[in-house]
Ligand binder design. Structure first.
Ligand SMILES: [Zn+2]
Ligand SMILES: [Zn+2]
Length: 316
């Protein structure tokens, strides 16, 4: 069945690629024995198909980049390597960051910045850091009456929206946030409207306090704005997901705490205002779960050492 999908994918059948993507999200290991043949057939997109690539496949991708024969495919090949997060991929990407491969002059970001597509980064200390967790839970929406003492957005005066109210005392929350190092309560408050136009940062503490960050920069093109009511919903953790890759930014029921983000556009792990390093990923709330006609997705982030949370938004 997978062989047949690969045949169709090689003939640029979008529905076959979609089916392979569903397998890559729900059970990536299932594709592992077939990734060599996928590479042979030059099916390089989407890169997440290669999540479970073994050393052999990773080595072949690295050799193809080093060979320099297809510099126009460098972008796709680097995204594949980022998704594998394999040590061989990491060491090649480190090497190329100082000795760029053929085609690197056409890239929009540095070779090592591609790591973020796979949810990891190399810190200033030279050590690798995973930005995402290995365990994911369904996020279910529940009605949340607005707090009488709630703040308003300094830009548009809308009441702020509690995008998440978490406590690591809940074992599910503790597991989903383990990679962040957070311990205690975590309230992530944002403006549901302005977050669609700029990454909004807040300062948070394990006591559950949250405050709008004074350094948030309003985009010039946001003119005068009218207040809008935020969603009346806030997420609560549900069942554990079968794999950490099952968030969906598109489908109803796709909202997910922990695991890996389903980016609609390129990966966008925001940089922490405190230290400049990419923040850890917390979860995704799909527009489809907030509103019948909702679209796009809100992505939640945290940097525990600096006490910053962030919310950004993507749509197609
Ligand atoms: Zn606002
Ligand atoms: Zn920081």
């Amino acid at each position: 069945m997978i062989e047949e999908l690969i045949d169709r994918a090689a003939a640029e059948d979008d529905s076959a690629i979609e089916e392979l993507t569903v397998i890559a999200d729900s059970d990536p290991e299932k594709l592992a024995p077939y990734l060599g043949s996928l590479l042979d057939r030059d099916v390089l997109w989407p890169g997440k198909l290669y999540r479970a690539a073994d050393a052999d496949v990773v080595r072949r991708v690295v050799e193809r980049i080093d060979g320099g024969g297809t510099p126009d495919r460098l972008n796709h090949l680097l995204i594949i390597l980022a998704h594998t997060a394999h040590p061989l991929a990491e060491s090649a990407m480190r090497r190329w960051s100082t000795h760029p491969p053929a085609g690197a002059d056409k890239l929009y970001v540095g070779v090592l910045d591609y790591a973020r597509e796979g949810g990891w980064t190399v810190g200033p200390d030279g050590r690798r850091r995973d930005l995402c967790g290995g365990t994911a839970y369904l996020w279910m929406m529940r009605e949340a009456p607005r707090r009488a003492d709630g703040g308003t957005c300094p830009w548009c005066t809308s009441p702020l929206w509690i995008a998440a109210e978490l406590d690591t005392a809940d074992p599910a929350v503790g597991a989903a946030l383990a990679h962040t190092g957070w311990s205690g309560r975590l309230v992530i408050e944002t403006c549901h409207f302005c977050a669609c136009y700029a990454t909004l940062y807040s300062q948070v503490t394990p006591a559950g306090t949250t405050a709008w960050w004074a350094g948030n920069t309003r985009p010039d093109y946001l003119g005068s704005l009218e207040a809008e009511d935020p969603p009346s919903l806030t997420p609560i953790p549900g069942a554990v997901r079968h794999s950490p890759y099952q968030a969906s930014a598109w489908d109803r029921g796709g909202s997910t705490m922990g695991g890996r983000p389903d980016w609609i556009q390129d990966a966008e792990h925001p940089d922490c205002p405190g230290c400049g390093q990419p923040m850890d990923y917390v979860g995704l709330i799909g527009g489809a779960d907030l509103d019948e006609y909702g679209e796009g997705a809100y992505y939640l982030h945290l940097h525990q050492p600096c006490g910053f949370a962030a919310v950004n938004y993507q749509q197609s």
